[in-house]
Write a protein that binds this ligand. Structure first.
Ligand code: GLN
Length: 357
């Protein structure tokens, strides 16, 4: 064997031995560690289950709050319904209570219409047209539209949300609506549909939203026909989801836009931080500051009684319980999520939530 060939052979062996060493000593533990860090359930599934059960039992009989009644349908929903679902980024599922009941998604829809608008226009255009400033006012506030320099405020109050809906593409109202519904379904990993009775009830009583849309028109801050936009927005709010589907929609955000059940990239990875930051700022309307203080997770509520909270990289928890507080946020859902997030140490503002001792 020539000297050159021997050197080549030796180098090849060195590379092989090094490769094996790196795989065994470095790479493998990193992979194992990464998997452990990804899921909030594994490897402590039993612990998470017991925490969720504790929270559920603790608040099951809490009767505080009141169903929304400005949308007549919502006043009749059984206020004892109570469901909790967790879906992790590695698609582990944990459910308790009424997790198959389809309730109206209401304002939580705003999160996913924002995602669709960003996919179509990019985050900069959406930020210019809508903004992301908390209003500190009720979700349907007229004074906020008048007073805020952007008028729209942010994508999660009604004015900003109706304007966001007006950005969605489609040759007519039906196509826009179908685009929205198809997009939500991909995010949920399930075929979602409209709850007709919710839509009828809300469409018959949405003069306030029409007024907001007309006011936005005065300021040139709505980007399609105002009444058409309110109608599509009313439909998007009337989409039915159950707690499990909602948790999966949240887990898709936690998982960089990849639905953990289908493996499909359904929300653009680069848009996720914008979506979550707006949730942290305004996801619970004028309750957002208190929520950040107590819980420290991006979340979104709806007057149908749902709240979904996201632990980025880990998973999402969705809770459904109709009675609301003054700001329009489910009382039991807030309590359960706060309890679970504290026990699991998921407050994003706490350095220990990412492992710093
Ligand atoms: N559809 C409801 C509305 O426009 C949504 C409000 C909410 O969930 N906060 O009033």
């Amino acid at each position: 064997m020539s000297i050159e060939k021997a050197v080549v052979m030796k180098n090849r062996w060195v590379r092989v031995v090094f490769g094996v060493l790196i795989a065994v000593a470095g790479f493998t533990p990193v992979v194992i560690f990464a998997q452990q860090a990804r899921s909030p359930v594994a490897p402590r599934r039993e612990f998470v289950e017991s925490v969720v059960r504790e929270a559920y039992d603790k608040y099951k009989n809490d009767a505080s709050g009141k169903n929304a009644d400005y949308i007549p349908y919502l006043a009749q929903v059984d206020s004892k319904l109570f469901g909790v679902a967790i879906v992790t980024t590695d698609n582990q599922v944990l459910t308790l209570g009424d997790v198959n009941y389809a309730f109206s998604i209401q304002s939580i829809s705003k999160v996913f219409t924002l995602a669709l608008a960003m996919e179509e226009l990019g985050p900069d255009k959406v930020f210019d047209k809508i903004g992301s400033e908390p209003t500190g006012r009720a979700f349907n506030s007229v004074p906020a539209v008048v007073d805020m320099p952007t008028h729209t405020g942010n994508p999660y109050v009604n004015a900003g949300a109706i304007a966001t809906t007006s950005l969605v593409s489609g040759k007519d109202a039906d196509e826009k609506w179908n685009n929205i519904l198809a997009f939500y379904s991909k995010v949920a990993g399930d075929k979602l549909s409209l709850i007709e009775d919710v839509y009828k009830s809300e469409a018959a009583t949405n003069a306030g939203n029409k007024a907001l849309a007309m006011l936005l028109a005065k300021y040139d801050r709505i980007y399609a026909d105002p009444f058409e936009s309110v109608d599509i927005y009313t439909k998007q709010c009337s989409v039915g989801v159950n707690a499990l589907q909602l948790a999966r929609m949240g887990a898709t955000l936690a998982n960089n836009g990849v639905n953990p059940a289908t493996g499909e990239q359904v929300i653009r990875r680069e848009d996720v931080p914008y979506i979550l930051s707006s949730m942290a700022m305004a996801g619970l309307y004028d309750g957002s500051g208190g929520w950040a203080w107590h819980v420290g997770l991006p979340a979104k509520s709806g007057v149908g009684g749902g709240i979904v909270a996201i632990a980025p990289g880990k998973g999402a928890i969705a809770v459904f319980a109709p009675p609301l507080d003054e700001a329009g946020n489910s009382v039991k859902a807030q309590k359960v999520i706060e309890y679970v997030a504290r026990k699991l140490n998921y407050n994003l503002f706490s350095p220990s939530s990412v492992g710093l001792k």
